[in-house]
Design a protein around this ligand. Structure first.
Ligand SMILES: C[S@@+](CC[C@H](N)C(=O)[O-])C[C@H]1O[C@@H](n2cnc3c(N)ncnc32)[C@H](O)[C@@H]1O
Length: 433
């Protein structure tokens, strides 16, 4: 009799539980935080790689929103976490990162707490899952909340307190809490297709504007997004028909202003991808400029220009409202490195101003080393340049020139109407030959 054999079925692999919907988005948010906090990368620059697994734009938008909100609220999120753990978790511990993300969603972005924690727990699989779950639960049951006015990072608060005083530190904290309005600059100041508040000719401020490309006049290129403070450097050059150089020009807000004001603009930027965006902006608005991809430390114009605008690369701490990552990345070393580069760019640019012409130096920085100190150093080196203070009516309502003739906007400037970015702008005239 033959022996019946039964073939044993191979054991089933253990079924992996499906990840809660939305975990990939939180994983992307975690990658973004890692890029900013550990590698010092800009949030926007880190987006393509960090969100590579996400196919839908809303998911990418959510990952960005979670990371940005976490960066905005980091000191207060950490204080909550520390209040609920027996031992202080290391700064870069996965558990701390996961808790930051879950709490930012539950306490600042309005995500239901069960969804905030369920989507984050898989990020600590094989690790401190119970700890994360426990700390989150303890905080939620205890009615944890974030303060209405966010706490500024300690090194930033110390730096700005020393430079600008306690009032400005308090205004910066308030500015973090509220989403900034959308400022636009009109190609033709007489155009009236957008309803909003105007603080200067050709400026419109919109609150809760919605998606930018859907606003009236966008497709027709009737305006471009530009913070009120960012519009000051080109406003101080005004209109003209001669040659203007826009150095460090991309993505081109100031190039567009100069071109719209009649100048023959040569716009120079070292970044090919940013210069491509400048070209797109020119195409959309129907304005023209010669766009050069080049390093202004190597490049030189054929002839001096009547007006030269230097919007120098900087720590960008003045744009912290829309880019909270700058607060975490702008360490003293970065500021010193930028200041050294700004001095070199400014020294070259000065030689490209024709006698009697204008030079405008600007940075979107709240660090005196990148503004006031640059101007003082420059004036010490170049006796042929003098500050040309704004004339009455040249500046928007609520923005005044410093007694020394330059313009400095700070947290707290035009706060009642929605504030503006932190900027330093100095206009200088070169002596006639
Ligand atoms: C503050 S952003 C300019 C913003 C621009 N002016 C606007 O209004 O849209 C500084 C720019 O400087 C460029 N940049 C940095 N170093 C440069 C260099 N050595 N030569 C030319 N461009 C440079 C960067 O690529 C960046 O686009």
């Amino acid at each position: 009799m033959g022996v019946m054999t039964t073939r044993a079925k191979p054991p089933r692999p253990p079924r992996r539980p499906a990840l809660p919907l939305g975990t990939a988005t939180r994983r992307a948010a975690l990658r973004l935080l890692d890029a900013v906090l550990r590698r010092g990368e800009a949030l926007e620059a880190a987006l393509p790689a960090a969100t590579r697994d996400l196919v839908s734009p809303p998911d990418r938008g959510l990952a960005h929103a979670i990371a940005a909100e976490t960066l905005r609220r980091l000191p207060d999120l950490d204080a909550l976490i520390d209040s609920a753990t027996r031992q202080i978790l290391p700064e870069d511990a996965k558990a701390r990162m996961a808790l930051r993300i879950a709490l930012a969603q539950a306490l600042a972005l309005g995500t239901p707490p069960h969804a905030a924690i369920a989507t984050v727990l898989p990020l600590v699989d094989g690790g401190p899952r119970r700890l994360v779950h426990g700390v989150f639960g303890t905080l939620m049951r205890g009615g944890a909340a974030l303060p209405e006015t966010p706490t500024l990072l300690v090194p930033v608060a110390e730096r700005w307190r020393e430079a600008w005083g306690e009032e400005v530190v308090a205004a910066a904290s308030r500015a973090i809490a509220a989403p900034p309005p959308l400022d636009v600059t009109l190609r033709d100041p007489a155009w009236s297709g957008l309803e909003g508040e105007s603080l200067a000719p050709g400026h419109v401020r919109l609150v809760d504007a919605g998606p930018v490309p859907e606003l009236p006049g966008y497709d027709a290129g009737a305006w471009w997004v530009q913070d009120l403070a960012a519009s000051l450097p080109a406003r101080l050059i005004g209109s003209g028909a001669g040659q203007a150089l826009d150095l460090c020009a991309a993505p081109g807000g100031k190039t567009l202003q100069l071109a719209a004001a009649g100048w023959q603009v040569t716009a120079v930027d070292a970044s090919k991808s940013r210069a491509a965006r400048l070209n797109e902006n020119l195409a959309r608005t129907g304005l023209s400029a010669d766009v050069v991809v080049g390093d202004v430390l190597d490049w030189a114009p054929d002839a001096p220009a009547e007006a030269v605008l230097v919007d120098a690369p900087c720590s960008a701490t003045g744009i912290f409202r829309r880019h909270p990552d700058v607060l975490h990345r702008a360490h003293d070393g970065v500021i010193a490195e930028m200041a050294e580069l700004q001095g070199r760019i400014l020294a070259r640019a000065a030689d490209w101003v024709r006698p009697g012409g204008l030079l405008v130096y600007a940075t979107c920085s709240l660090e005196p080393a990148e503004g006031e100190a640059q101007l003082a150093q420059f004036l010490g080196q170049r006796g042929d340049f003098a500050v040309m203070p704004p004339a009455p009516g040249e500046l928007p309502a609520g923005i005044a020139a410093h007694p020394d003739g330059y313009v400095r906007t700070l947290p707290g400037t035009v706060e009642a109407t929605g504030g503006c970015d932190g900027f330093f702008v100095a206009r200088l005239r070169r002596a006639s030959a």
